[in-house]
Write a protein that binds this ligand. Structure first.
Ligand SMILES: NC(=O)c1ccc[n+]([C@@H]2O[C@H](COP(=O)([O-])OP(=O)(O)OC[C@H]3O[C@@H](n4cnc5c(N)ncnc54)[C@H](OP(=O)(O)O)[C@@H]3O)[C@@H](O)[C@H]2O)c1
Length: 291
């Protein structure tokens, strides 16, 4: 975390900073009183200059209830940094348990949230609005792999559920939270994508993604990448980026991934914290990646 805070300081050059996560959606805000300050003090400036603890919203999260998952690490780092973290989870029991467990790291709250259900997304936005009146950062993390049939076996129906979560889920949350993000000083959205959705990565023979086949998941992430790009173009006052967290051992790949949770969390946390920098780009642990 110290490294991320240091990075955020160098990257942003100071001032307020805010972050939030969806399936992770978060909002929180930091204020650094002057350059070189020993720590970042949480601050939310409401109309009238009134200060509140930072807030973050996160949607979903099986990972919080399992052993070493990178989302746990992201939430841990954001909460430890002083954000109020709203964990959005569609599984009520696991979501509550995760929020309770992570509350030792900071202010972590549970938010019922299925990103495939517009009414739940809207209710989450209303709850944040009632409590905070704004959202500083939204992190769209929910993602599924689907049944992954061979390319020639894939039918249109195989896309339905995956697109509903991986692409439309991000549209639902982004649309619902935009009015609150507009009220933030430096609104940010981090869409958790994948190298599999990047033409550059998939076309690079040095990358393991180039040896994988499949239609549904890569197409859903390519769509998420284009969403990211188009939202960023339409909203120049926002920082809206996509992240490839790297091949990480999670349920998504039957725990075969090779990156550590800390490595995978780092890029997401970096983009969630930084108030300045590129928008409408895909990032991984090495920096910007081609679409
Ligand atoms: N692991 C990797 O190597 C890797 C690489 C690149 C990108 N990613 C991306 O990273 C993100 C997280 O994946 P992961 O690897 O951590 O996989 P994961 O362990 O399967 O986590 C995916 C999470 O998404 C949640 N989710 C699915 N549908 C949802 C819905 N309708 N509403 C709310 N939450 C929903 C799941 O909740 P439930 O527990 O309720 O199912 C689960 O917590 C995904 O977007 C994935 O595409 C992962």
């Amino acid at each position: 975390m110290a490294e991320e805070i240091r990075y955020a300081r160098e990257f942003t050059g100071g001032d307020d900073r805010a972050a939030a996560v969806s399936v992770w959606n978060v909002h929180y805000n930091y204020h650094r009183p002057h350059s070189g300050a020993a720590d970042l003090r949480p601050l939310i400036t409401a109309p009238g200059g009134w200060h509140q603890p930072p807030t973050l919203l996160h949607l979903d999260i099986r990972n919080f209830c399992e052993e070493v998952e990178f989302w746990r690490e992201v939430a841990r780092q954001l909460a430890a940094a002083g954000m109020v973290v709203y964990l959005g989870a569609r599984d009520l029991a696991r979501g509550r348990a995760a929020a309770r467990e992570l509350s030792t790291e900071g202010d972590v709250r549970f938010m019922p949230l299925d990103v495939a259900d517009q009414s739940q997304v809207d209710a989450a936005a209303r709850a944040i609005e009632a409590e905070w009146g704004r959202l500083d950062v939204l992190v769209n993390n929910a993602g599924i792999g689907g049944t992954r049939p061979a390319v020639e076996e894939t039918t249109a129906d195989d896309f339905t559920e995956v697109m509903d979560v991986n692409m439309l889920g991000a549209v639902r949350t982004t649309h619902a939270f935009l009015p609150l993000l507009h009220k933030a000083q430096r609104p940010r959205i981090v869409n958790v994508s994948s190298g599999r959705g990047s033409f550059t990565v998939d076309d690079d023979p040095e990358r393991m993604e180039s040896r994988l086949q499949g239609l549904v998941y890569p197409v859903s992430k390519a769509a998420l990448n284009m969403l990211t790009y188009q939202y960023a173009r339409a909203l120049p006052g926002f920082r809206i980026n996509a992240v490839d967290p790297g091949f990480t051992a999670t349920a998504l790949n039957n725990h075969t991934g090779t990156s550590t949770p800390a490595q995978s969390a780092a890029t997401i946390v970096r983009l969630a914290l930084a108030i300045e920098g590129p928008s409408g780009r895909l990032h991984d642990s090495t920096g910007q990646v081609g679409w």
